[in-house]
Design a protein around this ligand. Structure first.
Ligand code: MG
Length: 387
């Protein structure tokens, strides 16, 4: 293990966020040392990364993988499962945790890292969606900090630097619109998993790519942004911007707007989160505005993409409602990818589970996970009833 540089742990290091994190780390040679790495199904990739970056701890998700990684990477302590993620995230040597996990599994290690006073850079948006109030409370109590890695909240963070929050009127999140922008409901009924996984501008993992196709991902970003930037759900608007060049905007009370623009590459927000307040060169051609010619904006289609308004509703109701919606959606997306339900069923299933949620006030994580559990059971029953 190198002792030079800022000490980081990367959770979910073999997914698309992990891939980009390593590009950034390669670009900033010598400035970071890796203390911990976690990975799921892509064991070979995890082993290769552990061999070249030599972390002291590696976490896998099952015991079989643990044995294999142990024999390939004998120098590292090999941990396993949810407990292993927490151990890596709270390792006393770690200063910065990059959370590239997918889904609710990222919530406990995020809370633990913040309680231990770490900075947590989040690409994993589900923890803030499920329990944003608890996450931020934990950060305050433990002295930790939450930084946004994803392009839209990262853009807003950059636009708001040095601004007084009293002057902020609105946050405007841009949405690529996904691969099915402009289609009729009839056409959308037949969408296959392969079609939903083919995103026009961003290359991402399967869960978030389907969430982008349903616009659920954008709705989650509304809830996430309301926590991160301390604004009401109603102060956040969405505009479809097919080119994905404007990464988001803020509007102030005097009507002035600031937009964050740049190439469509996750390397940019991830590197900024790692180096801020400093900026570094990147191995990417800058944006050519004349070549681009124009920027297009449009209203999102709230009828064909009902998941967007479900997120607004869950955000307004608060309490356990966003956690229920998130759990239903994780189950719905898995069932869609498995071929068990259709694309439009994702919205129907999410609506049913949200309707049955009591939106109880969230005082601790147990309540959040109890609702997560209830919502998943309801979702699975509904999927089974359709077979
Ligand atoms: Mg995003």
């Amino acid at each position: 293990m190198s002792t030079q540089g800022k000490k980081v742990a990367i959770l979910g290091c073999t997914g698309s966020i992990g891939d980009t994190c390593f590009k950034v780390l390669d670009n900033l040679q010598g400035e970071f040392a890796i203390i911990g790495l976690s990975g799921g199904a892509k064991e070979e990739k995890l082993i290769q990364r552990a061999l070249s970056w030599r972390p002291s701890q590696v976490c896998v998700m099952d015991e079989q993988a643990r044995e294999r990684v142990r024999s390939e990477v004998p120098e590292a302590e090999v941990l396993c499962g949810a407990e292993g993620l927490i151990e890596i995230a709270t390792n006393p040597d770690v200063e910065l945790v990059l959370n590239g996990l997918v889904g609710a599994i990222g919530l406990p290690p995020t809370m633990a890292a913040l309680a231990a006073g770490k900075t947590v850079a989040m690409a994993n948006k589900e923890p803030l969606v499920m329990a944003g109030g608890l996450v931020l409370q934990q950060a305050r109590l433990g002295g930790g900090t939450v930084l946004p890695l994803d392009s839209e909240p990262n853009a807003i963070w950059q636009c708001l630097k040095g601004e007084d929050s009293k002057g902020l009127r609105r946050i405007i999140l841009t949405a690529s619109g996904g691969p099915f922008f402009g289609r009729s409901l009839e056409q959308m009924r037949e969408i296959s998993p392969a079609q939903a996984l083919d995103h026009p501008t961003w290359k991402m993992g399967p869960k978030i790519t389907v969430d982008s196709a349903t616009l659920m991902n954008k709705g989650f970003e509304v809830i996430e942004a309301s926590w991160l930037f301390g604004v009401e759900i109603e102060q956040i608007d969405i505009v479809v911007h097919r080119q994905s060049v404007v990464h988001s905007l803020v509007e102030f009370v005097d009507g002035a707007m600031l937009a964050h623009m740049g190439k469509t590459d996750m390397l940019l927000p991830i590197q900024y989160a790692l180096t801020h307040p400093e900026r570094r060169e990147v191995p990417i051609e800058p944006l050519d505005l004349a070549l681009l010619g124009q920027l297009d904006f449009a209203e999102p289609d709230r009828v064909n993409f009902p998941c967007l308004d479900l997120c607004y509703e869950a955000g307004r109701r608060g309490g356990t409602a966003p956690a229920a919606l998130n759990a239903a959606n994780e189950e719905a997306v898995a069932a869609f990818l498995a071929g068990d339900i259709g694309f439009l069923d994702i919205g129907d299933l999410n609506r049913r589970v949200l309707d049955d949620c009591k939106a109880e006030e969230v005082s601790d994580l147990d309540l959040v996970f109890a609702e997560d559990d209830r919502a998943r059971r309801q979702a699975r029953e509904w999927v089974a009833s359709r077979q």
